[in-house]
Structure formats: C-alpha cells, structure tokens
Write a protein that binds this ligand. Structure first.
Ligand SMILES: Nc1ncnc2c1ncn2[C@@H]1O[C@H](COP(=O)(O)OP(=O)(O)O)[C@@H](O)[C@H]1O
Ligand SMILES: O=C(O)[C@@H](O)C(=O)COP(=O)(O)O
Length: 419
C-alpha cells in the first residue's frame, strides 16, 4: 500500500530520496517519469517519481508534477513529498514555488514546509539561510552552476520570488524544542497567513523532529534529509544497508559525467589520476560539428576493458563561462546532454552493464535514452548516492550521482560494491 507519493525534480534527487526512505525502513520503487499502469507497486510503501523538471519552464514543471501527483494519489498515497535539491537549485521563475503551489492546490491543503537541509552532505539551514559546508550557499560553488546559479542564501527571500503565497520561517528554537513545539509553530505560522514555512535544521535530530511533526501534512517539501523522519513517523523501522554489495549483470564499466559541480570535477581528476581511459567532450567542438557521439563510440571501441572508461564534459567555471557565452547556457547544456545520451544508448549493445552517471540533468537524459523506466535501490556508495538496478529496459547497474555528492574517490571505489 503506497503511503507516501514522492515527486522529485530530477533523477539523482529521486535516487537520493529513495535511498533515504529505503534506509529508514520503507519499501521503495523509483520510476523515471510517471509510472506505467503495468508497473507493480502493490508492495511499495513509497513510490518516487523522477521528473526532469528543475530547469524547464514553470508551467511545464507544474503540469508534470500535477500528473505525477494524480497518479500517486490514485495509487493510494495520502501524503505527497516534493523533492528538490539540497542546494535549492532554482531560478526566480521557479520551479520550486510554482510546483509547491500546484501540489497544495491538488491536495486541497493550505500549508506546507520547505527544508533542503541534509547535514550528512553539509547542507544546513539556520535563520532561513542555507549553508553548504562552512559557507553560505551564495559563497559556495553553487554560485557558478551552469543552469541554476544560486546567489542568494536567504530561502524565505528566494522562495518569495517564486510564489505569490506568503512564505514564513520556523526557526531553530522551535525545531530544537521537538515535534510538539514544531507543530505549535506550524499552527502559529498558518494562523499568521503563511502558506509555506522555511524550517531551520542543522542536525539529523532536527530532521527527525521535523518528520515527526510534519508526517500528517498532505504535502511535505524538501531535500532528502527532511524525509529521514517520515518512515519512523509512519511506524517503520530502519534497515542497515551500508556494507551490502549488489548483484549486478557481468559486463564492462563506464562513467558518464556531464556535471560541472566541484565534487564531480574532483572525482574526474581522481579517475584521471588512477589512469582510467578518458574522453573529454568539448561543447564548442561538438557544436561546430567536428565531434559526434559516433566518434566517442569509435574511441570506446578502441579501449581495453581492463578499467572503467570515463566520458566527461565537466569543466571548471572559467571554461564553462567561455562555452556558455558562445552557445548560451541552455543550448550548451542540451547539446552535451544529447551527446552523452546518444553514447549511453549504444553502451548496452557493446557489453556495458555497469554505469555511473554524474549530474542530475545528465542522468535524466541518459536514463531516458537507455529506456529504463524503473529502478530498485541498492547499497549506499556515499550519502545520497546508491547503486540501483534497472527494473525495465536493459538490465543494468546504475549509480546516478548528484553533482555535488561523494568523495573524490567515488568513481574509483564505487565498483567494489558490485558483485
Ligand atoms: N562543458 C560544458 N559546458 C556547458 N555546459 C555543460 C558542460 N558540461 C556539462 N554541461 C551541462 O551542464 C548541466 C549540468 O547539470 P547536471 O547534469 O544536473 O549536473 P549537476 O548535478 O552538477 O547539477 C547539464 O545540462 C550539462 O549538459
Ligand atoms: O538534494 C540534492 O542535493 C540532490 O539529491 C540533488 O537533487 C542534486 O541534483 P544535481 O546536483 O543536479 O545532481
């Protein structure tokens, strides 16, 4: 029986959330897009629908989220969880605010919370300001994101620009005082006319308190952290998943990296230092027609299968700026995503069965090209990053890595969790 219906605005965000819910005791099915009627979700406590709606026009993001919400409530979900990035990736046009408005509308409710905190990955919220590690969001590498540069750390202000609804703040004191104090703070904020409250959270204990206080809301929104307390609040007990290995089809290994985030760039550097055969995509050469997916596949055909192959477009902020000035951010992004998707489509036919994909938008494009419609969550590689196994399309082990997650050795070590 589906208790919790989840809608994630990108694919890596969906696996991040699915891992959190699974670890905390839920039986989770993750789908890429709105699930087919044929997919068996009868055993699932939670279904996580991955959209690719973070950077599309707000009206389209709303339409996709509403369709997903209708499918999930139709499958029995009484509570909806809207998952966005722990760095609140969005623009002044949306899409976090407009989607929250639409989900409140669909469920006939008038109050929810917003909390992207994920302390295990260094994301904390204090006085409504989002920190990444030791610095404010606006001082972090997210200020240079290719599609959603984040240059304001005050989430009440950021969300306020995206919605006509009144946005309030529930501060640290209420969160630290526990679920009953939090419920009272929610009631006060609602009575004051706020329809969304940004909630402070610095520790996992805060996230569990928020889960306990919010689990009966029809709509809950946030990063995967705020889902930590929900399975327990629904009466389920955590699973210990670390240390497990996942059975995976035998075959070759590849890494496709379209993320330019700092963590991914560090992982690319570590893979190069480890001597992985690597192909770097230059979007300007691609755009000039002097490089194609077929060329990359020819290069792949010439490599030995002794080590994982790396195909990447990850660029530092200066290179990225140079490309974006020439091609425009959206066109450059699409060009690279299309190229990596075209490469990915051919990989199963060439014996590749184990793939790491870095980047949320990139993962969305790659998984769509692979025709994978649903995923089972496997062991945790790093906080927010599980191995998964495809439940439809080609039989694959897939790690869909959020741009800024994972330690530098992730591309080198993740394979050890497969058997
Ligand atoms: N060298 C590059 N120049 C311009 N855009 C790029 C380059 N490499 C990747 N991109 C684009 O940047 C975006 C990165 O987003 P995403 O895959 O979500 O990564 P992250 O998870 O780090 O946010 C994608 O649209 C990708 O195609
Ligand atoms: O919450 C997070 O940080 C991630 O789950 C996520 O959404 C990351 O998105 P990308 O950085 O675009 O992979």
């Amino acid at each position: 029986m589906v208790r919790l219906g989840c809608i994630a605005d990108d694919l890596t965000g969906a696996t991040d959330l699915a891992l959190m819910l699974a670890r905390e005791g839920m039986n989770v099915v993750q789908t890429a897009g709105v699930p087919d009627r044929e997919l068996d979700i009868s055993e699932a406590d939670a279904v996580v629908v991955a959209l690719k709606s973070r950077t599309i026009p707000a009206a389209a993001a709303v339409a996709q989220a509403v369709r997903a919400a209708e499918a999930l409530t139709g499958a029995g979900a009484r509570h909806l969880f809207f998952k966005y990035c722990s760095t609140f990736d969005s623009t002044d046009d949306g899409n976090i605010g407009p989607v929250i408005e639409a989900l409140l509308d669909v469920t006939g409710s008038d109050f929810t919370l917003a909390c992207p905190a994920f302390p295990a990955n260094g994301r904390t919220v204090y006085r409504g300001h989002l920190f990444v590690g030791d610095v404010l969001l606006s001082d972090s590498s997210m200020k240079d994101h290719p599609l959603t540069p984040m240059r304001d750390s005050n989430l009440v202000r950021v969300l306020g620009r995206q919605t006509r609804m009144s946005v309030g703040l529930v501060g640290y004191e209420a969160v630290a005082a526990g679920p009953e104090a939090l419920k009272a703070a929610f009631a006060d904020a609602r009575a004051a006319g706020h329809r969304i409250v940004v909630v402070d959270a610095i520790t996992d204990a805060h996230l569990r308190a928020i889960g306990a206080a919010a689990h009966d809301l029809a709509v809950i929104t946030g990063g995967s952290g705020v889902a930590m307390g929900l399975p327990g609040a629904f009466g389920l007990a955590p699973h210990e998943r670390t240390g497990q290995r996942m059975a995976a089809p035998t075959g070759r290994c590849a890494i496709l990296a379209g993320s330019c985030s700092a963590a991914t760039r560090g992982q690319v550097a570590a893979a190069l230092a480890a001597g992985f055969p690597a192909f770097k995509i230059d979007p300007l050469v691609l755009s000039a027609g002097r490089l194609s997916a077929a060329d990359i596949l020819d290069w792949i055909a010439r490599q030995s299968d002794a080590r994982p192959l790396l195909v990447y477009s990850s660029a530092d902020p200066d290179d990225l700026r140079r490309v974006q000035e020439k091609l425009g951010p959206a066109a450059a992004g699409e060009l690279v995503e299309q190229c990596l998707a075209d490469v990915a489509r051919a990989l199963p036919g060439r014996g590749f069965t184990r793939l790491i994909v870095a980047g949320g938008e990139t993962s969305g494009a790659v998984v769509a090209a692979l025709g994978v419609g649903a995923l089972r969550i496997g062991p945790e590689i790093a906080p927010g990053v599980p191995w998964t196994r495809s439940l439809s399309g080609a039989d694959l082990a897939l790690a869909l890595k959020s741009g800024n997650f994972g330690s530098p050795d992730l591309f080198v070590k993740a394979w050890d969790l497969l058997q």
